[in-house]
Design a protein around this ligand. Structure first.
Ligand code: CP
Length: 338
């Protein structure tokens, strides 16, 4: 099993890497969603992330492929994992970073997203990372500004780097993606994580099932090419991976779930439900966890849980995305490849 440690030595050896021969080895200006990424683009991103993981484990300094570049993070919704891992990723590759939030920018005075983005663009950043409550806002910016845009989560739409770090983690622990059975549990209808994971995992050959109360499933969920379950105890059997989603208490109303206790009784991942799963099932959660609602503390902290591995891989995937979008060469690790 691969350790997620990202330790740094004080005076590590330096590594110089070539630039990509074309403008950008991924062949896309921006990362807007996994729906529009090909299987090859996903492989290129994940291989590069594994390369950075190997680099870290060898104690070699990360290549400063973003030296003299600027990454601007526009976060108009709260975030712990995504925001901090993008900032760390950029800094580990030598970039300057600037974080703007809704509360600390002129958005609070009524400036539009477009005017904000154009203002930021005039300062010549190299990448713009955007989290925004409105689905489609990164796509809109991408059409208007020349700078690469990375979607860090837009409304109910997509969260592509979360899906990429999920795939990285599954591949690491299960040795493959193709042919795996993956169950996603919870609020499928309002989850950008579920949407991005479904698109990406299907492209890599995994079989996807979803489970949740009917009020939290999209209409005609089968049309997404997934198996649909209403009964968690039936759904978990034969699954290699169970991804538990956060119940988004800030977005739901009582018509969707009667109470947190009721939800937990029927759809919470508890030790009892874990006992119905395969002996080597992986339990995943994008965070933040509502402990005792969708996931019991024993399961969240138990030996099947890879939640903190997901967090650690998030930094590496975001390093990979920033490296590739700014013209870095595609990197292939010696160990794991896709
Ligand atoms: N998984 C995720 O997007 O977490 P944050 O909201 O903390 O970034």
């Amino acid at each position: 099993m691969i350790s997620p440690t990202l330790s740094h030595k004080v005076h590590p050896p330096k590594m110089n890497l070539p630039r990509a021969e074309t403008e950008n080895a991924l062949g896309t200006k921006s990362i807007l969603g996994t729906e529009v990424l090909s299987a090859q683009q996903i492989k290129t991103i994940l291989n590069c992330a594994y390369f950075f993981k190997e680099t870290s484990k060898k104690g070699v300094e990360f290549p400063a492929t973003l030296r003299n570049k600027t990454v601007i993070l526009l976060f108009f919704e709260p975030s712990t994992r995504t925001r901090s891992s993008f900032e760390l990723a950029a800094k580990r590759l030598g970039a300057n970073t600037l974080v703007l939030t809704k509360e600390t920018s002129s958005v609070e005075k009524g400036e539009t997203l477009l005017d904000t983005a154009r203002t930021i663009e005039a300062m010549k950043p190299d990448v713009l990372v955007l989290r925004h409550p409105s689905g489609g806002s990164p796509n809109h910016l991408d059409q208007i500004i020349k700078v690469p845009v990375v979607n860090a989560g837009d409304g109910f739409h997509e969260h592509p780097t979360q899906a990429l770090l999920d795939l990285m983690t599954i591949r690491e622990f299960k040795g493959r993606l193709e042919g795996l059975n993956v169950l996603i549990v919870g609020d499928i209808a309002h989850s950008r994580v579920a949407r991005s994971d479904i698109y990406a995992l299907k492209k890599m050959g995994a079989r996807i099932s979803v489970c949740g109360p009917p009020t939290l499933l999209p209409p005609k969920a089968e049309n997404m090419g997934v198996n649909v379950f209403l009964d968690l105890e039936k759904a978990v059997q034969d699954q290699d991976v169970v991804m538990v989603l956060r119940i988004q208490l800030e977005r739901l109303n009582v018509a969707q779930i009667p109470s947190q206790g009721e939800y937990s009784r029927f759809y919470g991942m508890s030790s009892r439900v874990l006992g119905l799963c395969k002996h080597d099932v992986l339990i995943m959660h994008p965070g933040p966890v509502n402990r005792g609602v969708e996931l019991s503390p024993e399961v969240a902290d138990g030996k099947h849980s890879v939640i903190l591995d997901q967090v650690a891989n998030g930094v590496l995937v975001r390093m990979s995305v920033l490296h590739l979008l700014t013209g870095g060469a595609p990197l292939v690790p010696e160990g794991i490849t896709l």
